[in-house]
Design a protein around this ligand. Structure first.
Ligand code: ADP
Ligand code: MG
Length: 258
């Protein structure tokens, strides 16, 4: 039974945006351990802004409300502290880091985490196994982070980080966009392996219902114009697949103040 102690994320009446404009308006969202939530909505609705605000991206400021993570108020905590506390986000457009090989990057993020303290040989073996699981050729480990990687390979790198870090909450922003069917399968498998490896929670931001077909979705949320306009179980996904967002958009517009 979901109780206060199994609550990973509790967003209360969150309004946030840039110095110039408010993008998110009064968001309430709660996620328990082991749950998979999906966030859908038309382009420009504020989905990425929400994910980034949760992660502590300094581009966005919280104007009111609060974010509780494992019961702690993290509203003003820096992104690196949120990451060390067990929050993870994969971005719509992953960055490249020229001069830093993928393996070196993974080793350096692992060094900061007590649960990943292991000697070099053990760590190398562990990373090799995760790469194999994701069908990422091990030659990529010595290449510069994401430099010259295809869209599918970059997503595999994100899944590799997910399986290595086993975060308490993983926010995946359009992890499936631009992937061919094979790579989509790898991402689905990566998500499934994460679900099986720990009791972490997922917030999946997506347009693509295909990635959700093999996942056990607990809750689906729809965001329109910076507001959550609907929340329901997994059945909402097939409704959106058939009808699109037009009914939600119309409802949101009629609720807007003049
Ligand atoms: P989604 O991910 O749902 O497509 P976004 O969160 O990217 O939507 O954007 C929501 C709205 O906020 C858009 O109108 C976008 O232009 C605006 N926005 C997002 N980030 C910024 C920013 N850094 N500066 C100004 N406007 C922004
Ligand atoms: Mg987005």
């Amino acid at each position: 039974m979901p109780g206060e102690c199994s609550n990973v994320l509790n967003v209360k009446n969150l309004s946030a945006g840039t110095a110039e404009k408010t993008i998110l308006h009064g968001i309430n969202l709660s996620i328990n351990m082991g749950e998979t939530h999906v966030l859908m909505g038309p382009n420009g609705a504020g989905k990425s802004t929400f994910g980034r605000t949760l992660m502590g991206d300094p581009t966005y400021e919280v104007q009111s409300g609060e974010i509780l993570f494992n019961g702690e108020n993290i509203t003003t905590l820096s992104a690196d502290k949120r990451s060390l506390a067990g929050m993870f986000m994969s971005y719509q457009a992953p960055v490249e880091i020229p001069g830093v090989p993928l393996y070196t990057f993974l080793r350096s993020i692992a060094r900061k985490r007590p649960e990943l303290k292991m000697n070099g040989g053990v760590f190398r073996k562990h990373i090799g196994e995760l790469a194999d699981k994701l069908h990422l050729d091990q030659s990529y480990l010595v290449r510069d982070f994401n430099v010259g990687f295809s869209g599918g390979e970059r997503k595999k790198v994100e899944m590799l980080q997910l399986l290595l870090l086993k975060p308490k909450l993983a926010i995946l922003d359009e992890t499936d966009s631009g992937l061919d069917v094979d790579a989509l399968e790898v991402v689905s498998n990566g998500i499934r392996a994460y679900r099986e490896s720990c009791d972490g929670a997922l917030l999946i931001i997506t347009h693509n219902v295909r990635i959700l077909e093999h996942l056990d979705v607990d809750r689906t949320h729809v965001m329109v114009a910076g507001r959550l306009v609907a929340s329901d179980d997994a059945s909402l996904i097939s409704k959106i697949d058939k009808q699109g967002f037009s009914s939600f958009t119309a409802a949101a517009e009629s609720e807007q103040p003049c």
